[in-house]
Design a protein around this ligand. Structure first.
Ligand SMILES: NC(=O)c1ccc[n+]([C@@H]2O[C@H](COP(=O)([O-])OP(=O)(O)OC[C@H]3O[C@@H](n4cnc5c(N)ncnc54)[C@H](OP(=O)(O)O)[C@@H]3O)[C@@H](O)[C@H]2O)c1
Length: 346
């Protein structure tokens, strides 16, 4: 792995919007790890952070306040400051000729905005280039992690129906949520009253239905994102998907239990073969040792980890399969995926 980002006069001018957040900080690490070329790096956040100094790639950078005029001369902007900020500023940036990679849900389902996982559907952003304007959306973290594991299987044998149950980490809700889990854990162990600011329930030593708003059909928004985004990414508007999303007191990296029903069949061996050949996927599937992926295996790692690959005994023959998947949602679920998208713009 290369350790220096490449400051070069030929590189694009890059901006990070929301650089002080959980995803923003990961952008800085991933850009450096991947030797991303840049001529200028502009770090943007709210007025609260403006003027703060950040050491990155051997230089001191000053964080600037995000304003309407932030994007003049910027070729690529990586956005991770929430949906309302993206809604307001991403179109302004795109109009100024900046190509935006947006981590929020603001534009994911918009007509004409590609929703891209580079290992799955890079063709969706064909023709887009740095400095030419436009918006590319990063899918929801749970969708990315599921589709990294499931797409190679879908390509090997068409999936008819997918049932997903998630076990989602605090980091998916940002830095403040991680701080709350740590504080509550200390408070609970010390027998002190629990401080509750971010989530509607005690998080330490507990779990609860995902905190995103409920929709009219009894699913919450996180669950419906998995359904709608998968259909858009695969270009299969009718594929059957259902999801149950749960927050668990894990600091970083989501886990997902996935049940698949195939139109035809896929054996355990064929599934493992397809997964072994898939870029960005690692297998931990040692039945004898009862060793399968954990969120800690996936934390701070680029790959999505897959295991517990087994025939669904409730279905005839090899027409059903179960698997367990873990992925770092700040990395592959957010910053890494966005930087890979940005690489396709070069
Ligand atoms: N965490 C994940 O795993 C994950 C995964 C996929 C997508 N996302 C999406 O990425 C976005 C950020 O998530 P996060 O987890 O990194 O959140 P976070 O840790 O709460 O960070 C939020 C960032 O937004 C900035 N911000 C807030 N208000 C702003 C304003 N008015 N102008 C400019 N910047 C502003 C904050 O800057 P200040 O420090 O100055 O307030 C901070 O840098 C969200 O849209 C989230 O849905 C997150």
């Amino acid at each position: 792995m290369l350790l220096q980002a490449s400051k070069t006069a030929d590189g694009p001018s890059v901006a990070i919007v929301g650089v002080t957040g959980a995803v923003g900080q990961e952008f800085l690490r991933v850009l450096k790890e991947r030797d991303f070329p840049y001529s200028r790096m502009k770090l943007l956040a709210s007025a609260r952070s403006a003027g703060s100094m950040v050491e990155w790639d051997g230089e001191t950078h000053t964080i600037e306040e995000l304003t309407d005029g932030s994007f003049g001369g910027v070729d690529i902007a990586l956005f991770s400051a929430g949906g309302s900020i993206s809604k307001k500023f991403a179109p302004l940036a795109a109009e100024a000729g900046c190509t935006v990679v947006d981590n929020s849900s603001a534009f994911r389902m918009s007509e004409g905005v590609p929703l891209v996982i580079p290992e799955v559907n890079p063709e969706a952003m064909a023709g887009m280039r740095a400095g030419r304007g436009g918006i590319v959306a990063n899918p929801n973290c749970s969708t990315i992690i599921a589709l990294m594991a499931v797409t190679p299987l879908h390509r090997a044998s068409r999936i008819k129906r997918m049932v997903v149950s998630t076990y989602q980490a605090a980091s998916g809700a940002g830095q403040a949520a991680m701080d709350e889990l740590e504080l509550q854990t200390r408070e609970a162990l010390d027998g002190r009253p629990i401080t509750q600011n971010i989530f509607p329930f005690q998080y330490a030593f507990n779990l609860f239905s995902h905190n995103s708003p409920m929709t009219g059909n009894g699913y919450n928004e996180e669950e419906m994102k998995m359904v709608k985004e998968t259909r858009k990414i695969w270009g299969e508007p009718d594929i059957a998907i259902t999801a149950t999303c749960i927050r668990v007191p894990v600091m970083r990296a989501h886990a997902e239990s996935i049940n698949l029903e195939f139109e035809d069949s896929l054996s355990e061996e064929q599934a493992l073969e397809a997964l072994a050949a898939a870029p960005g996927v690692s297998i931990i599937n040692d039945r004898e040792a009862n060793r399968f992926p954990t969120p800690l295996d996936a934390s701070n790692r680029d790959d999505v980890y897959v295991g517990r690959v087994r025939r669904d005994i409730s279905r005839p023959g090899n027409s059903g399969l179960d698997l367990f998947v873990c992925g770092d949602q700040i990395k592959k679920g957010a910053a890494l995926n966005a930087v890979q998208v940005a690489e396709l713009l070069l």
